[in-house]
Design a protein around this ligand. Structure first.
Ligand code: UGA
Length: 445
């Protein structure tokens, strides 16, 4: 099939590269000349495992093109995906200006029947909005259908999630459009759910909000565990063994970050208020998430600080992991930003390390009070505590004895429960973790 993808961010690039890899002819349109130049030069502008190979192969084999021209992309294409950004406004509402502008450009480029697909995460009613914008701007008599086909990929596993999704959701108002979309997804072996457009739009938000709820729920359970002496890992395992609950997304930690959950929870809260049926549970989910980092910062300050305003003055803290989660260089809503801010405010010096996100982190955290390091051991050199913020795989196999040697004080705060208390304590390090109490150095492995 001939496909156009408008927007070359995470979703757009992964969608374009996977569809071209499945043998379709894909033209990816982006309004940024710089972005298109980067892509044309063969570079991959984002860090995402497997994506560079896919982009490179399909571009070289002529199935994947990049352009700044919407008419060039839309004219030969039967299906046009809208994959542009949908950021949050300050009141939680989703900013649809990029979607509107893409819809207008598509309308102006229509030269025959097209299926216009919303893949960006957009509030319920956006399908109808896109239809009205296109109707207003299209040339007379040019037909089209609007479809909602939400994306469920996770950063860091985006190619895998797109090639092996749990399900495909197609919200369509015409049989013709639904059938063509089914045909497009035929090579993927997974359940396809066809619904009306509004339901498809809500499926996406309800899924992300439900996952965020699971995370805030287990974090609240972790608080209970900390106060009562229980172990949140054991509790999550016990809960997750119930098939109705499931074991996934029950990792207690510093809360959810990234470009999706915080924004999508806020957007659904906003939509519910607009519709006159406030979604109060979600408000609580967001509030629990907002106190995760301050809670850890308070524990660090209590352990290392004094009673002065600058309670961490002359203290150095190693921050390990800066991106919002492993396998990405994405710093959007990364917990490291808030944590470093609170520790710097308390007077600490930060020694920061991340396997891939250091350059992005530098543009946000700056250089004032922060030293960027080459490895976890380097970051720990002379530090009064090592604080793990992102559970990068390379941290799992760290030599904890070497880490202890590097630290000025052998103290670790594990914001993602990467380690078992026994191994840390056996390496001579005092271990503070989430929902599992505090373990002095010298215990049994
Ligand atoms: C999320 C969803 O998982 C995808 O299905 C969805 O397509 C995507 O949003 C989107 O809307 O585009 P993503 O934001 O890439 O994907 O990352 P996740 O792996 O879901 O993690 C989100 C956050 O939750 C991270 O900060 C992670 O550390 C945190 N998390 C996750 C926990 O704190 N505990 C857990 O058990 C799981």
């Amino acid at each position: 099939m001939h496909i156009c993808v408008i927007g070359s961010g995470y979703v757009g690039l992964v969608t374009a590269s996977v569809f071209s890899d499945l043998g379709n002819d894909v033209i990816c349109v982006d309004s940024s000349e710089k972005r298109v130049e980067t892509l044309l030069s063969g570079e991959c502008p984002i860090y995402e495992p497997r994506l560079p190979e896919l982009l490179d192969r399909n571009r070289r084999e002529g199935r994947l093109q990049f352009t700044t021209s919407t008419p060039f992309g839309v004219a030969p294409s039967e299906i046009v995906f809208i994959c542009v950004g949908t950021p949050s406004l300050t009141n939680g509402q989703t900013d649809l200006s990029q979607v509107e502008s893409a819809a207008r450009d598509i309308a102006n480029s229509l030269n025959g029947y097209k299926i216009i697909v919303n893949k960006s995460t957009v509030p319920v009613g956006t399908g109808d909005f896109v239809r009205r914008v296109i109707e207003e701007h299209r040339p007379n008599g040019k037909n089209f259908d609007v479809v909602s086909n939400p994306e469920f990929l996770r950063e860091g596993q985006a190619v895998r999630d797109t090639l092996q999704p749990d399900r495909i959701v197609i919200g369509a108002s015409s049989e013709k459009a639904a059938n063509r979309m089914r045909e497009l997804y035929r090579p993927l072996d997974c359940p396809v759910l066809v619904t009306d457009i509004c339901s498809a739009e809500i499926i996406k938000y309800a899924s992300n909000a439900f996952l965020a709820t699971k995370i805030s729920f287990i974090n609240a359970v972790a608080n209970l565990c900390e106060e009562s002496g229980a172990d949140v890992k054991a509790v999550a395992k016990g809960m997750g063994s119930d098939i109705r609950i499931g074991p996934h997304f029950l990792e207690a930690g510093l809360g959810y970050g990234g470009s999706c959950f915080p924004k999508d929870v806020d957007s659904l809260i906003h939509t519910s208020v607009e519709l006159g049926i406030p979604f109060n549970i979600l408000q609580q989910v967001a509030e629990e998430n907002a106190v995760r980092v301050p809670r850890l910062a308070k524990r660090i300050i209590k352990r290392l600080g004094d009673d002065s305003g600058n309670s961490l003055k002359n203290k150095t803290i190693a921050i390990l992991g800066l991106s919002f989660k492993p396998d990405t260089d994405d710093m959007r809503e990364a917990k490291s930003i808030e944590l470093c801010g609170l520790l710097l405010k308390a007077g600490a010096h930060i020694r920061a390390y991340d396997p891939v996100a250091t350059d992005n982190a530098r543009t946000i955290l700056g250089e004032d009070g922060v030293t960027y390091c080459k490895s976890a051991y380097d970051a720990a050199e002379g530090a009064d505590a090592a604080v793990f913020v992102t559970e990068w795989r390379e941290f799992i196999q760290l030599d904890l004895h070497r880490l202890r040697e590097a630290l000025r004080q052998p103290i670790m705060f594990d914001g993602r429960n990467i380690y078992s208390p026994g191994e840390v304590s056996a390496a001579g390090i005092e271990y503070h973790c989430i929902g599992r109490g505090v373990f002095p150095p010298g215990g049994n492995p």
